[in-house]
Design a binder for this molecule. Structure first.
Ligand code: BG6
Length: 605
């Protein structure tokens, strides 16, 4: 997820650099790997300044404040295609610096289109998909002679979800396209602006026009023409006045980032699914995995739980064993047995967790093997130190408790294990079609969780502690569900393997003691006896599972998951606990985005 803002004034504005910088600050919650601006006058003069770093760092380093102009674009990048570097920073220019543009989103066929355009003579400065987009428009602009036709033709070539803004060096207009990512138009006195986000616009005007997917707008300082991207047909819409406050706009109306990020996880999973088959690193990673005997996988917190579910996927789907450890445990447990030809998978959404960085450094000292980083932040230390990087493409995750990044991490593991089985031609109990089910299952799981959460909260809101038990593939979900409750509700819950519960912890159960069970239908035969062990001691059983009369009969409360797919139930169950923890925490007056004592990334040992 990146952010951009663009504005065109009816006369030269000496404050343009400051205006773009302030707009950039409004966008910085969306990403901050690189920042850049371009300003233009009406005589063909332009000034393009961009670099790695947050908006204020780059603005100070490159003196944005001195820039003036009639048109200006600012863009902040959350890296998905191409590492954070000046060349990959946005805005971008075409081959001859006659067109400038910036985008937000993922053009998923970047690699193939880029190769094609290079064969047609285009000169690329970096690998960013935003640059690719400008070159595709350039190709048709040179052929059609105008931006409207060029944009419409380019749209047919570009696959994926994106929004973008473009302008000609020797021109006076700007053009913005909405195709899957957010885009707003703002109309003011003597100017018109667009942005991927409302906050940047609300500083200038409250006359807003949200564009719909498949629309694009041509605008000058005092008028705009909205058109259908497919037909070119003009669409008549009036800007509306909005009273939305800026702060709220950054959460886009949600009370907290945590629930916003839970709600957007189906879309982020969908965007990841677009990316997976076209991103060469995934194929390369599977070839490495298939060629290696001893493979380690490690992470911390939620990333560790995603890694553990990955171990189950690789074992059950790809018949490939992975050796797992907590990041902080790795050297003690696996250090003595490391060998030169081993492979290490490190899982970290931030790519900055010190425990995980320590593993990477330790592995480099004790093995000649390769490191594959499964990360969300591409410009992070772990990404830069890995031999191969697999982006999970969740966009920036603000809330300290990880939610949408967990969904995309485990979706990556599901994909890798399916691809590993396919490439080794071993019979797999699942097909690639289950990947397409993930976004819908997550969406429906959120819906069911919202329906059932108050019933569960009534049953446990005064409870000081409880267990969450999983069996087999649902065990990682029990651990992750328990972590969410600990993080956001400040209540002790313990995730445990249900087969282990009778070996000691069962003694804690007394009349009404709540025990959650997560299970699949396939594991029902075992889990039913574990449930009976609790039932006979009059424990309160709350079951999170697909609809099943046998399980429902023994449960005090039943959360019917919207899927009975064995491999997707852990994902669906985790979503329930994300929503439960969020609602319980808010009920207790806790800010779920910033729970006490913990932080989004722990960069100490
Ligand atoms: C913890 C966070 O500090 O680090 C967790 O509170 C997170 O939410 C864990 O899962 C690991 O972080 P990362 O960035 O390495 O996935």
């Amino acid at each position: 997820m990146c952010g951009f803002f663009a504005i065109v004034f009816d006369k030269e504005n000496k404050e343009m650099g400051k205006i773009l910088t302030k707009a950039g600050r409004r966008l910085s919650y969306r990403g901050y790997d690189t920042s850049g601006v371009v300003v233009l006058d009406d005589k063909g003069n332009f000034d393009l300044r961009k670099d790695v770093g947050k908006i204020d760092e780059v603005a100070n380093r490159m003196n944005f404040h001195e820039l003036s102009g009639k048109r200006g674009i600012v863009q902040l990048r959350w890296a998905t295609f191409g590492y954070p570097s000046p060349e990959n920073a946005q805005p971008h220019a075409d081959c001859d610096e006659l067109i400038f543009g910036a985008h937000n989103g993922n053009v998923v066929n970047t690699h193939s289109l880029r190769e094609k355009l290079i064969k047609e003579g285009h000169k690329f400065r970096g690998e960013n998909d935003g640059e690719l987009l400008v070159h595709v428009v350039e190709k048709y602009w040179k052929r059609e002679g105008n931006m409207v036709a060029a944009i419409m033709k380019a749209a047919h070539d570009l696959e994926g979800d994106y929004a973008c803004v473009l302008t000609e060096r020797y021109g006076e207009k700007m053009y913005a396209v909405k195709k899957g990512s957010s885009l707003f138009l703002g109309v003011g006195d003597g100017f018109i602006c667009v942005s991927s986000d409302l906050p940047a616009i609300l500083d200038h005007t409250r006359h807003i026009l949200p564009l719909e997917d498949g629309e694009f707008v041509e605008f000058g300082p005092d008028n705009f023409i909205l058109r259908d991207l497919e037909t070119g047909e003009v669409i008549w819409k009036e800007p509306q006045h909005t009273d939305m406050e800026v702060k709220e706009a950054e959460k886009e109306g949600y009370p907290h980032f945590m629930i916003k990020e839970i709600e957007e996880s189906p879309k982020k999973a969908e965007e990841l699914l677009h990316l997976l088959p076209s991103h060469p690193s995934y194929e390369e990673a599977v070839d490495l995995i298939n060629a290696t005997e001893k493979i380690y996988i490690t992470g911390a917190g939620t990333s560790y739980h995603a890694a553990l579910l990955g171990v189950y996927y690789f074992s059950k789907i790809a018949k490939k064993p992975l050796l797992i450890s907590f990041a902080s445990e790795f050297a003690e447990l696996h250090g003595p047995v490391l060998e030169d030809q081993d492979l290490l998978l490190v899982v970290s959404q931030s790519g900055e967790t010190k425990d995980v960085k320590n593993v990477l450094d330790y592995f480099r000292e004790h093995s000649k093997g390769k490191v594959i980083g499964i990360v969300n932040v591409l410009g992070s230390t772990i990404a830069l130190k890995s031999d191969l990087v697999l982006p999970i493409a969740s966009d920036i995750e603000i809330s300290v408790p990880a939610t949408k990044t967990f969904i995309n991490q485990v979706t990556v593991f599901l994909y890798l294990s399916l691809l590993s089985a396919k490439k080794r031609m071993i019979p797999s109990p699942a097909g690639f079609d289950i990947l397409e089910l993930v976004p819908g299952v997550v969406k429906e799981s959120i819906g069911i969780a919202k329906e059932k959460v108050s019933e569960v909260i009534d049953a446990i809101k005064d409870i000081k502690e409880f267990y969450i038990l999983g069996y087999g593939i649902t065990y990682p979900a029990a651990l992750e569900g328990s972590l969410k409750v600990k993080e956001v509700v400040y209540v002790h819950s313990e995730g445990m393997y249900s087969g282990e519960f009778k070996h000691g912890p069962l003694s804690i159960v007394e009349d009404g003691y709540p025990v959650f069970f997560i299970t699949t239908r396939e594991d029902r035969h075992m889990v039913l006896s574990h449930m009976n062990e609790v039932k006979t001691r009059r424990g309160k059983i709350i079951t999170v599972a697909p609809p099943d009369p046998e399980l429902e009969r023994i449960s005090d409360i039943y959360i019917p998951l919207p899927t009975s797919n064995y491999f997707l139930i852990p994902i669906s169950a985790t979503v329930f606990f994300q929503v439960l923890a969020y609602n319980l925490g808010v009920l207790k007056g806790i800010d779920p985005d910033h729970p006490r004592n913990i932080s989004k990334t722990i960069t100490v040992d």
